[in-house]
Design a protein around this ligand. Structure first.
Ligand code: SF4
Length: 415
């Protein structure tokens, strides 16, 4: 998934939002018409602007439509604002400026960059403003043919994206080796690795850090027949020793669901770790600046009591196999930990998440969210913070449910 800057176009009905969308995309992405409330749903367009990089543009419905449909549109518009990095507020000179304060206040509340665009169509002048406005602002007629360059140049001039690419494991150096444990199952898509796996490979290879991809057979590793599990153990140990002998092996990254095996199999006879370990999902959480929030979620987990409710949330509605991690493995481990049925477990898949009353839950356990961009995941976390609902993720909870030692081991590489 390309990391894009999300830019949303907001404002009152008929302020010129769709005109701006079409102007920026240079095509009829949104229907423009004087009919009240023409934009019924959010329109999305992908584009690239030199110096700003890849963008996702959203054209939203006006927030001042009072009908029941208008209220639904408004909710979607506010949800969209939460996922934006930059808010372009298009202002209609025909209406009181005060009407625009809701978007201004929401942008402040959700910490968004904001640019005011006064759409002075048909020679109209800017509306009177009673408050001092310090946000960057530009006045122009969006219907004018030279408006596109003016708007884009203005955005480039005033918008400073806060996007620092973090270095993944800065302590690793050229020619170090990282062991990637990728146990595949029926859910593994054909012809590609999962996004966190390819993300890690790409980032490390760029720095000349070699990756060694290994497929653990989890069914064999967990087999109750000791001979079968021991064969798999020896296979793993052979590869590990081979790399460790070269002294370049610095880290082992595993799929979260294999943490129980990997933790156990990378301890020496005295229980001392043979190598640093972590999981792909913890790397992704760290990449999106969510790791400390998810670690805090474990504190909430520790004080859960009988009848408390947990929501297991998955960001996509993928095809589920029998022993699926979210619907089978984690609930099984939770029931083993607390006792069968002691804790109530609900599930939210894909966009259903927005329909749940988050206050009902003492903890959210979220999937790795590989199908969500950074901004969408942060919007979910912001909603949870507002409702005082703690969150953790699959990688963290699986490590913790395995043992406190496994939990400490997987977070140490980020401390
Ligand atoms: S979004 Fe979540 S549930 Fe869907 S594939 Fe990624 S980690 Fe799994």
């Amino acid at each position: 998934m390309i990391q894009r800057t999300n830019i949303g176009i907001f404002g009152m009905v008929n302020a010129g939002k769709s005109t701006l969308m079409n102007l920026l995309t240079q095509q009829i992405t949104s229907i423009v018409d004087p009919t009240f409330g023409t934009t019924t749903d959010i329109k999305v367009s992908l584009m690239e602007i030199h110096t700003l990089g890849p963008l996702k543009l959203f054209d939203t419905a006006g927030i001042n439509e009072k009908s029941s449909l208008g209220i639904k549109k408004r909710d979607k518009t506010i949800d969209c604002l939460k996922k934006c990095d930059l808010v372009l507020l298009v202002i209609d000179p025909n209406i009181s400026f005060d009407e625009n304060f809701e978007i201004i206040n929401l942008s402040q509340k959700y910490d968004k960059s904001l640019i005011l665009i006064f759409n002075n169509f048909e020679g109209k002048k800017n509306p009177k403003i009673s408050h001092k406005i310090t946000y960057p602002q530009i006045s122009l007629d969006l219907a004018n043919s030279n408006a596109k360059d003016k708007v884009i140049n203005f955005i480039i001039k005033v918008y400073k994206p806060i996007k620092k690419q973090q270095t993944l494991f800065p302590h690793l150096k050229k020619d170090d080796i990282v062991f990637l444990n990728i146990p595949m199952d029926e859910e593994t898509p054909e012809k590609r690795l999962l996004r966190p796996q390819s993300f890690v490979q790409e980032h490390l290879l760029r720095r000349f850090i070699s990756t060694y991809a290994y497929r653990m057979d989890l069914k064999k590793a967990r087999n109750t027949d000791k001979k079968i599990s021991n064969d798999e153990f020896l296979r793993f140990q052979k590869q590990l020793k081979l790399l460790k002998n070269q002294n370049f092996l610095k880290l082992l990254i595993t799929d979260s669901q294999a943490i129980d095996i990997v933790h156990k199999w990378t301890l020496d006879k005295k229980g001392k770790p043979l190598i640093d370990i972590t999981t792909f999902s913890i790397i992704m959480a760290n990449e999106k600046n969510e790791l400390s929030t998810f670690i805090k979620g474990i504190e909430a987990f520790k004080i859960l009591k009988e009848n408390d409710k947990i929501l297991i949330a998955e960001a996509c509605n993928h095809n589920r196999i029998k022993e699926d991690i979210g619907t089978y493995q984690i609930p099984l481990k939770l029931n083993n930990y607390f006792g069968e049925g002691k804790i109530q477990i609900d599930h939210a898949f894909g966009r259903d998440f927005a329909t749940y009353n988050l206050n009902d839950y003492k903890l959210i356990i979220h999937c790795g969210g590989c199908m969500l961009d950074k901004q969408s995941m942060q919007a979910r976390i912001k909603d949870l913070e507002e409702s005082n609902t703690p969150i953790t993720n699959y990688g963290i909870i699986l490590a913790y449910l395995n043992s406190k030692e496994a939990f400490s081991r997987v977070i140490i590489p980020f401390m």
